[in-house]
Design a protein around this ligand. Structure first.
Ligand code: COA
Ligand code: AMP
Length: 629
């Protein structure tokens, strides 16, 4: 069956399609049906089944006689360490860790925050939670203490599992002080913290609260997998919305198992035993789905890579890892390739390695620009597949499903909708627009298994953010179009979310930080085009009347504040002081127009602008920063 047949088979009978996909999963109690309509546009999948994620990701492969296969390869050019963990070893380690957590009172439904860098123990912590039916929430290491505190207050974890430090090139990230600071800031306090001490930095433990990762596992009874309901939350992953309060995306257990397992062959074209590598971080959705869960559920070997595309030690790192570990399918963000291309445009490093094992490359996280795709195609001589998805969906909405059929690649398009997703392009009024016309991208409900059923403790926000604008549809927050052949094009966000180096960030959250500065009366943050990172945040500050501090001092202050409150990952380095912000007569800041001016794109004077003269001042300020050319 080709793509069209598979998609048509899903559309004709979604229930049959997903029940068949569910046969690849081990169930403690089989689902009686796939879709459960909860009313009010809320849906769940395989809700009456019982299963366990850790069993499916680890134990069942051991039971099937594949215990000696490598489950995880740890490759850290930063620490010069490599390590392989077999499925049986992983099973034993995770069962012991789960046993230790259980002995400290962690059970089904308890939340556990995981704050760890790219080390094997991060995956083990996730799997140990899954084993017990505890709900993990992994927080990316590049966030500041305040962001961690916000997540602690929302998820209300019983425990936090953290490492003593993370390692960025040339810099140790001191996780433990960040963790202590976050717990100090948060109103909710965890009962205990488990600290994994790394060789690079041994953290001071707080007596009565902190336990040592190794010490607390000593002599405990290993824990068995706890069967949970199909609609039991597997995890909460916070992602940026339009405000400083992140959205807690929930993933249900059974839907995730079925959907992710399906994608491994059909989209990524790997078979059990093949090596699959997603060069992301466990703190992001790509890390959840394609470093941790999908490859393990499907019985692949996954790679935990602690390094960067360049500088650890050079622009050949990706190729070394692929060649050394025989990676068949490789997943990264376009930014990473842009970084490599900038240092090695002619691909001199590519030539040093035997990459015959590599069969395909997948790009996601941000728009894949045609230059980057053609460069990668030329260097690697394999299909380079752009695919589009979100934290909310957990897996690709649109892709080129190489395991079903290699469709022609169209540069600038992540190809076609995957089974489960009926994608529509709508105008403001919710009417379908003709092919080739730009509009809001919406997905007809229900969303498929493995996608978000709700937001953690925020059902009203879930409905308002995603379901209310276009009744009967999920609003993706992306704008784009579909061409005559059914290929999708993702052009821009329709909200205040920007994408910096494949990281999703909220300009609203940055504006909250800027507005908190005592000299700032009003502010706006926009995402300007950046040749390496796709977008970069840029702030405009209007100062309080009578403020006569030098502007560069205030700019330095706000750059520091964003780094301290949101984190280095925000990469907020640019800001300028202006007298006024351009607004509509109703007071809405014209961020889109400012972005167009900054990027040197064509723009029209908005009909509703309050005072067109302000745009001249904005243009001058942008020129002074090297934009608006
Ligand atoms: N813990 C702590 N700090 C982190 C971090 C982490 N896990 N990840 C990034 N940071 C810090 C960096 O050290 C940097 O700090 P600095 O301002 O002191 O230099 C800052 O956050 C910005 O980091 P980053 O976005 O990684 O930019 P960079 O300039 O260091 O590197 C690239 C540029 C392109 C090499 C890098 O962005 C990259 O590898 N991008 C690919 C992203 C990716 O795979 N995304 C996954 C989504 S699918
Ligand atoms: P995240 O939730 O961090 O995965 O970010 C999701 C957002 O990143 C999407 O809503 C898009 O705006 C953007 N994005 C992800 N993948 C792509 C892609 N292949 N093409 C264009 N934009 C993408």
């Amino acid at each position: 069956m080709g793509y069209k047949d598979v998609y048509a088979a899903w559309k004709a009978d979604p229930e049959k399609f997903w029940m068949e996909a569910a046969e690849a999963i081990d169930w403690d109690e089989k689902p009686s049906k796939a879709l459960f309509d909860k009313g009010d546009n809320l849906y769940e999948w395989f809700a009456d089944a019982k299963c366990n994620t850790c069993w499916n990701a680890v134990d069942r492969h051991v039971e099937a006689g594949r215990g000696e296969q490598t489950a995880i390869i740890y490759d850290s050019p930063i620490t010069h360490t490599k390590r392989e963990i077999s499925y049986v070893e992983l099973r034993n380690r995770v069962a012991t860790l789960a046993g230790a957590l259980r002995a400290k009172g962690i059970g089904k439904g308890d939340r556990v925050i995981i704050y760890m860098p790219m080390i094997v123990e991060a995956l083990e912590a996730m799997l140990a939670c899954a084993r017990l039916g505890a709900v993990h929430s992994v927080v990316f290491g590049g966030f500041a203490a305040h962001e961690l505190a916000v997540r602690i207050d929302d998820a209300k974890p019983k425990a936090i599992i953290a490492a003593s430090c993370g390692l960025e090139p040339g810099r140790v990230v001191h996780y433990k002080p960040l963790l202590d600071n976050a717990i100090e800031q948060s109103s909710h306090k965890p009962e205990f913290c488990v600290i994994f001490q790394r060789e690079q930095e041994v953290a001071t433990l707080i007596e009565g609260r902190d336990v040592n990762w190794h010490g607390f596992q000593y002599g405990v009874e290993p824990a068995e997998c706890v069967p949970v309901e199909g609609n039991h939350p597997s995890y909460i992953l916070y992602t940026s919305g339009t405000t400083g309060q992140p959205k807690g995306v929930i993933r249900h257990t059974a839907g995730q198992l079925v959907a992710l397992n399906w994608t491994m062959k059909n989209i990524y074209n790997v078979d059990p035993g093949d090596v699959f590598w997603a060069a992301s971080d466990v703190g992001w959705v790509v890390g959840h789905s394609y470093i941790a869960y999908a490859p393990l559920i499907h019985g692949n070997t996954t790679i935990v890579f602690e390094g960067k595309p360049v500088g650890t030690p050079d622009a050949g790192t990706f190729w070394r890892v692929i060649s050394e570990h025989k990676v068949k399918s490789f997943f990264t963000a376009p930014t990473a390739f842009r970084a490599v291309k900038r240092e090695d445009p002619q691909g001199e490093f590519v030539k040093k390695y035997d990459l015959s094992c590599l069969k395909a490359v997948y790009l996601a996280g941000e728009r894949a620009d045609p230059d980057t795709i053609t460069w990668a195609q030329k260097q690697l001589n394999v299909p380079v597949i752009d695919h589009w998805w979100q934290t909310e969906t957990g897996w690709a909405i649109a892709a080129n499903p190489l395991g079903i059929e290699a469709l022609p690649v169209k540069l600038g398009s992540p190809s076609v909708p995957m089974p489960g997703y009926e994608v529509h392009i709508l105008d403001e009024g919710g009417h379908e627009v003709p092919p080739g016309t730009l509009g809001a991208i919406a997905i007809k409900l229900p969303l498929p298994p493995g996608t978000l059923p709700n937001l953690w403790n925020a059902e009203a926000r879930f409905k308002k953010s995603y379901l209310e604008h276009f009744p009967g549809y999920y609003e993706t927050g992306d704008a784009g179009m579909i061409d005559e052949d059914g290929y999708l094009y993702i052009m821009a966000r329709t909200d205040d979310v920007i994408n910096v180096a494949g990281h999703r960030l909220s300009t609203g959250a940055m504006e909250e930080v800027l507005a908190g500065h005592p000299d700032v009366a009003e502010c706006a943050v926009i995402g300007v085009s950046d040749t390496l990172k796709g977008q970069a945040p840029l702030g405009f500050l209007c100062l309080n009347a009578g403020c006569n501090r030098p502007h560069d001092e205030i700019v330095k202050d706000v750059v520091r504040d964003v780094r301290n409150q949101i984190g280095p990952v925000a990469a907020f380095k640019l800001a300028c002081v202006v007298d006024r912000l351009p607004k509509t007569r109703s007071g809405k800041i014209l961020r889109g127009t400012m972005v167009a001016i900054a990027d040197g794109a064509e723009w029209k004077m908005p009909a509703t602008i309050d005072d067109p003269a302000i745009l001249e001042e904005i243009t001058e300020a942008l020129k002074a920063l090297g934009f608006a050319k």
